[in-house]
Structures are given as structure tokens and as C-alpha cells.
Design a protein around this ligand. Structure first.
Ligand code: SF4
Length: 455
């Protein structure tokens, strides 16, 4: 069996499952957020009754993160609906925007979009917050009402996005009916070269198979090249499995996985026992390829889809805007790589920086380079940095969202999706790239290979 088949076999309590089998799977963690949470709660209550109780209050994780820093009252209200449900159900893990469990959330635009407006429990973008808060464990099944839930596959678990109807059912039963996906195998060899990042790996792979080339398939990444990647790198790669249509992305378990999972479960006092899955000798793949990391170059997914691949060095495209942020590209390591490129220089086009989580804001504000914080290095280069960590303009959002494109323009972005209208105006164009490529392009005002700036 492949890693994904082994995880689903364990989730069903069977010795063996095969691609194509329909199986009932026991869920370890269900995550939902402010956009889909209220709908999921509605389905749960409609199907199980107004007084029904969730299947396990310790296995539901609720993370508001999408439409938070906006004065849109319906968006603000969604956070209050979550809070009321958490109180009613006594749910253990809720990362509220405010500290007062009796309060209500209202964004105050008079304080501006850049100054922190959240309380001490707020966790930021769900997929980056899940591992930080100790909710990703090898060997488990994690479902979320968000397509990029596949990011948690970096931790050797089966993780995938589901809709509100399925999530309402999981909320009541802890089970889901799943078809076991076929597995595509990406064997990674070698090491990334300077100026080339994990984002280039996944943009390369999606370019190879197309934006629907992995539809309802598992994407398994392994080999010596995978061991050379950091956990942040692996998260960037699994995050975008869905951009090829993938059901899930998955990495092997190793010492790097163990270190972070053990540290984070201990820090947050979450469940700390887990059992990883290992590769079998008899894996059956529907697709098998080798990716030589040494040979990869800075890559861009051009408008209008994530599979529209070009090399940065071959492009000559003027840009209006640059954006670094999101679950994919807003991690501490992403900002550090970005900052290395822009340090001591000035961006030429409007450039927005949105850390994925409050912890990343703290990292950047407490990491010093020669007497200056990385946060200040970025600000001094002209990057508009907001402390209001969250999804922000990755998904467009209400018109007052920080960094949203409210007019037709071209933006190079460290985010993960570039279908028309994704970051705002329906005639705007998004070019997906690594944080290093976004940084180099912000300095020149056109798509630029970052190796020009990286020694
Ligand atoms: S940052 Fe973007 S991709 Fe990630 S969860 Fe938020 S909207 Fe989705």
C-alpha cells in the first residue's frame, strides 16, 4: 500500500484498502473556520437536531481567519456565530479573535489595517495555525472545511478539504465515507539551489501534470530530496496539491517531523501520542516521476491557473503589485527569504506583506539582523506590513481587505491560487511565485529571477 492507502486502512480499521475502495473512515480532527463554520453548524443542527451534541468536543478545532479584518458586518457576525456554538458545545479548541467569551467581534477601521486588532487567543490562518497549535499528528486523519487542508499532509497524515455538508455529518458522527484515491509518486532527488524554493518545486510539479492532472489522486513526495527539505518547505508543497486537483499530498515521517510535532503538542498541551505510517515495498502508483531539485529554477504560474508554468528568467512582464502572505507563502521562513532579497533596497511597486499567524508577526518583530528587526528591514524596503495576520487578500475578501486588488492589475504573489478574480477584481491577474521571486520582482517592477539578487 502507498502512504495514503495505509493511512486510510488504519482509519477504517482494516488491514488493507486499495485505490477505488469506498470506505468509512474515522476522523481524528475536524477543522473549520469563519467562512464555512456557520454553514457547517447549520447542517449539523438541521440533520442532528437543535439540541444535538458534537461527536467529540476535543477533536473539533475552530479557527477564524478568513474575513476578519473588515468592517463588513456579516463577516464579523460569522465569528460571533462560531463563539456561540463553541460555548453551547463546550468545544476545547477555539482560537477566537477576541479574548472576551461573552463579547462580539467588530473590526474598527479607524485604527487602520496595519495595527494589531486581535486578542491573545487568535491563531491566524488555519493551515499554518494547526501545526503551530499542536493539532497535526503523523498517522492521523484530519479533515477541514477548506481546500488547502491538504497542507497538513506534510506531517505524514491524511489531510483533505471537505464541504459543509460532509463536515456537518462528521461533526455529528466522527466518520466520513471516502473513496481511496490512486497515488501519484513524485520522487525528489538532490537539493534546492540558492534562489530556488519549495514553491518552485510544487509549481514545477503542477506544471508537469496540469491544474487538473491529479484530480482525486494522492500526491506522494518522498526520496532523498524530500528529506533535505524543511517542514516549512514540505508544507508549501502539500498545501498546493489541491492546485493540481489532488485529494491530498503526503510526505514520509522523519526526525524533522518528529521534532516539530513533539515540540508543538507539548507546548500546547494537545494529544501527543501518534503512530506514523511508513512506506511499503509493494506500493502501486498510477504515475511515477523523478524531480531533480538541483535542476529546478525559479518558476511562475501565470494567469489564469496554477498549471500555467513559465520560468521567471524567460518572462518580461511589467507588474503593478507584489504580495507575500497566506498559508502557503506567509510563514516565517518565507518572510526571511523575502527579506534577504529586499534588505537595504527599495521596492518599486506596491508591495503588501501579511504574515500567516500572530506567532509569525512576533518572530519577525523579534528577529534582529544587525540591530534591526526583520520587520523593520521589510518596512524600510517599502513593504506595507500588517500585524493583522490572516488570509487577507489571498482570497480577495470584502472590498476593504488589506492588499485586495480593487481594480484590474497584475500582481505577483506568494499565495497558492490564481484563477480569475481570486485576489479581488475579476479582471486582475495573479502570477504565483516563490517569496524570493516575489521579492526580486517587487524590486524591479517586473517578473524577475531572484538569483540576480541572491549570492
Ligand atoms: S491564506 Fe488563502 S489559501 Fe490559505 S486558507 Fe486563507 S484564503 Fe485559503
Amino acid at each position: 500500500m502507498t502512504l495514503t492507502e495505509k493511512l486510510l486502512a488504519r482509519g477504517t480499521g482494516k488491514d488493507k484498502v486499495s485505490a477505488g475502495d469506498n470506505v468509512w473512515v474515522n476522523v481524528d480532527v475536524l477543522m473549520t473556520h469563519d467562512v464555512c463554520g456557520p454553514g457547517t453548524i447549520g447542517v449539523f443542527k438541521r440533520e442532528f437536531g437543535e439540541d444535538a451534541k458534537v461527536w467529540d468536543r476535543d477533536r473539533i478545532v475552530i479557527i477564524p481567519d478568513h474575513y476578519i479584518f473588515t468592517k463588513d458586518s456579516k463577516s464579523n457576525r460569522n465569528v460571533d456565530i462560531l463563539r456561540e456554538f463553541v460555548k453551547e458545545q463546550d468545544i476545547t479548541y477555539f482560537y477566537d479573535v477576541i479574548d472576551d467569551p461573552e463579547g462580539s467581534w467588530k473590526f474598527d477601521p479607524s485604527q487602520g489595517l496595519m495595527n494589531r486588532q486581535y486578542g491573545s487567543h487568535y491563531a491566524g490562518v488555519c493551515h499554518a495555525a494547526l501545526p503551530q497549535k499542536g493539532h497535526t499528528r503523523p498517522g492521523e486523519v484530519l479533515l477541514g472545511t477548506d481546500s488547502h487542508t491538504c497542507m497538513a499532509g506534510a506531517f505524514n497524515q491524511f489531510a483533505t478539504g471537505i464541504g459543509n455538508t460532509d463536515a456537518g455529518f462528521v461533526m455529528g458522527t466522527g466518520k466520513i465515507l471516502l473513496k481511496v484515491p490512486e497515488t501519484m509518486h513524485f520522487r525528489l532527488e538532490g537539493k534546492l539551489q540558492p534562489g530556488v524554493m519549495a514553491k518552485d518545486v510544487i509549481l514545477h510539479c503542477i506544471g508537469e501534470v496540469g491544474f487538473d492532472g491529479a484530480t482525486y489522486r494522492a500526491m506522494q513526495f518522498d526520496g532523498e530530496g524530500a528529506s533535505n527539505l524543511s517542514m516549512d518547505d514540505r508544507m508549501t508543497i502539500t498545501n498546493m496539491a489541491i492546485e493540481a486537483g489532488g485529494k491530498n499530498g503526503i510526505f514520509e515521517f522523519d526526525a524533522k517531523t518528529e521534532e516539530i510535532v513533539n515540540q508543538r503538542t507539548k507546548l500546547n498541551n494537545t494529544r501527543s501520542s501518534y503512530e506514523p505510517v511508513e512506506r511499503d515495498a509493494d506500493e502501486d502508483f498510477v504515475y511515477d516521476t523523478v524531480v531533480d531539485l538541483d535542476k529546478l529554477e525559479p518558476t511562475v504560474a501565470c494567469h489564469p491557473d496554477p498549471g500555467n508554468r513559465k520560468l521567471a528568467k524567460e518572462m518580461d512582464m511589467q507588474l503593478d503589485r507584489a504580495y507575500i502572505g497566506s498559508c502557503t507563502g506567509g510563514k516565517t521562513s518565507d518572510f526571511l527569504d523575502f527579506a534577504h532579497v529586499v534588505r537595504g533596497k527599495s521596492v518599486k511597486i506596491d508591495t503588501f506583506g501579511v504574515p500567516a499567524t500572530p506567532e509569525i508577526v512576533r518572530d519577525l518583530q523579534s528577529t534582529y539582523w544587525g540591530g534591526k528587526t526583520v520587520w523593520d528591514v521589510l518596512k524600510d524596503a517599502g513593504v506595507q506590513m500588517t500585524e493583522n495576520a490572516g488570509c487577507s487578500a489571498c482570497l480577495g475578501g470584502p472590498v476593504d481587505t488589506f492588499g485586495r486588488m480593487n481594480a484590474p492589475m497584475k500582481c505577483i504573489s506568494a499565495t497558492n491560487r490564481n484563477f480569475p478574480g481570486r485576489m479581488g477584481h475579476k479582471e486582475s491577474q495573479v502570477f504565483l511565485a516563490s517569496p524570493a521571486t516575489v521579492a526580486a520582482s517587487a524590486l524591479t517592477g517586473k517578473v524577475t529571477d531572484p538569483r540576480e539578487f541572491v549570492s
